[in-house]
Ligand binder design. Sequence first.
Ligand code: IPM
Ligand code: MG
Length: 360
Amino acid sequence: MDLNVLVLPGDGIGEEVIGEAVRVLERVAQKFGHSLHLRAGLVGGAAIHRTGTPLPGETVELALRADATLMGAVGLPEFDHAPPSQRPEAGLLGIRKALGVFANLRPVRAWPWLLDSSPLKNHVVDGTDLVIVRELTGGIYYGTPRGISGQGAETRAVNTMVYTRGEVERVTRVAFELARGRRKKVTSVDKSNVLENSQLWRQVVTEVAAEYPDVELEHLLVDNCAMQLILNPRRFDVLLTENMFGDILSDEGAVLAGSIGMLPSASIGERRPSGAWTGLYEPVHGSAPDLAGQDRANPLGAILSVAAMLEYSFGLKEEAAAVNRAVEAVLASGRVTADLKPPAPPATTSQVGQAVCEAI
Ligand code: IPM
Ligand code: MG
């Protein structure tokens, strides 16, 4: 199979972790006889430095032409005071929108070898296996009007949380389809006791759920969900929520997995005629500028994102399983990066990448 992949390392540790993820992709292509065609592009702070904008038009064109895009992370402290549209993050939000990847899948597993890496008690996290389905191209991140106006005590800042019925329907279907292949339970998370936006969300989710009588639906308010996630994470199978709630809850989920460095994500849009998904794959973690360039970052979130790419964009289930098994073998070996608190001296980013390649 021809695998046309665009690689966007971005900022900070993005470059290092994506370097290892690409090595793993190359190893898979070699072992299973696929032809890998890689292109590279600029996004985020790296793109601002080179082109003056966080998302150059060329990057969008390359992404639209590729079968899948593998992204690192964006964000640099030097842009902390820039307006949102001129920050590295605008590059990420822009490419998600341009690709139309409205459903962001963030699996969270308590890996048996990492139970002690979580600050929570083993009996709480053990057995956790959930997927957050985060709506990714709507809600308060994109709503208008937005902006800051006025002066002095009258300065006002406005953001708008907006969803249409169609936007809620399509992401709900992704969550229910996913649940059918899992434990058949969807928890929809909103703030419908306060927000009209959430009332529409809850109503539409309930209506779509009627098409899936074999899947159980429960509704949870987001504040309660934040608590349930660390009190009783095993109660969750598929957790469906809007953009900002999903952003926040997925970082909380990282505590269950042992480290945010372990979390992959797959952002998918419409199915292509071939049945494959348009996809953007990125670890959940950020650019961690304080760790950058030191060969210390955990590359497993990026590597697991490659597994998700093989599965969703290319339908290569066996190849995806080979990557997942290799990651498990590396976790079992204990040769992992410092964030996972290994008993022995921690491994480097490149040693972990190398070990995954060898295990494939
Ligand atoms: C994430 C990140 C991004 C988001 C930032 C970097 C814009 O936090 O992917 O979770 O909020 O979506
Ligand atoms: Mg986030």
